[in-house]
Design a protein around this ligand. Structure first.
Ligand SMILES: Nc1nc2c(ncn2[C@@H]2O[C@H](COP(=O)(O)OP(=O)(O)OP(=O)(O)O)[C@@H](O)[C@H]2O)c(=O)[nH]1
Ligand SMILES: [Mg+2]
Length: 222
């Protein structure tokens, strides 16, 4: 298959049950489910802006428990940016990310600080007595690894959009940004759209949505 240079590919890695799918579904669809359905592999697409042009943000939600080494290597080779998720309630889930981080470094063959990589401590809504990794410990590990860090909660929607925005901000080789409507921003975006249309710009419906990605979001073409 020919390389689609218009795609910006983000890969989400982490142990089983840490909340990878929950983060992605919260971001793409704005939903959260309490029940746990392990993932084989899902890909979601969202229209974003790249160098002031339309671009597809492709998010690959990987399996936490049945990752084939060859699949993992392929995902890393093809990926432009990486989200490494652990659960703040499991120190082991943080430790399990280390080999993936090392493999990203090895496969990309460049200074890891040049690649957008975010270490994410999910489930930060959980009560203090259940937590095994403090924010300070997570941040310290990220600093050692030379990557960025954030705590999130897919459940309460804490830092989820910020995570993707921040990840795109880390991209140095092109100017990628989220441009789709959040509910809160709808009015504002409508206003912007009107203004842009009157200036001759175009608005594009979200064409994406494999695996159930909702089709309501919009992206403004500059
Ligand atoms: N309290 C809390 N629970 C969460 C959060 N995110 C996910 N969960 C729960 O954790 C469980 C696992 O979530 P998933 O998103 O399926 O985990 P996953 O990392 O995709 O798991 P695999 O697909 O097996 O690798 C589910 O029961 C979710 O409801 C969170 O932020 N807070
Ligand atoms: Mg999953």
């Amino acid at each position: 298959m020919p390389e689609q240079s218009n795609d910006y590919r983000v890969v989400v890695f982490g142990a089983g049950g840490v909340g990878k799918s929950s983060i992605v579904l919260r971001f793409i669809k704005g939903t959260f489910r309490e029940s746990y359905i392990p993932t084989i592999e899902d890909t979601y697409r969202q229209v974003i802006s790249c160098n002031k042009n339309i671009c597809t943000l492709q998010i690959t939600d990987t399996t936490g428990s049945h990752q084939f080494p060859a699949m993992q290597r392929l995902s890393i080779s093809k990926g432009h940016a990486f989200i490494l998720v652990y659960s703040v309630c499991s120190k082991q889930s943080l430790e399990e990310l280390r080999p993936i981080w090392a493999q990203i470094r090895e496969i990309k063959g460049q200074d890891i600080t040049q690649i957008p990589v975010m270490l994410v401590g999910n489930k930060c809504d959980e009560s203090a007595e259940l937590k095994e990794v403090t924010q300070t410990e997570g941040q310290a590990e990220a600093t050692r690894w030379g990557v960025s860090f954030m705590e999130t909660s897919a459940k309460t929607n804490h830092n989820v959009r910020e995570l993707f925005q921040e990840l795109l901000n880390l991209e140095k080789s092109r100017n990628v940004s989220l441009q789709f409507d959040g509910k809160k921003q709808k009015k504002q975006k409508k206003k912007e759209k009107k203004e842009k249309e009157s200036n001759g710009a175009v608005s594009v419906d979200d064409q994406a949505g494999t695996s159930g990605a909702g089709g309501k979001d919009k992206c403004l073409l500059m």
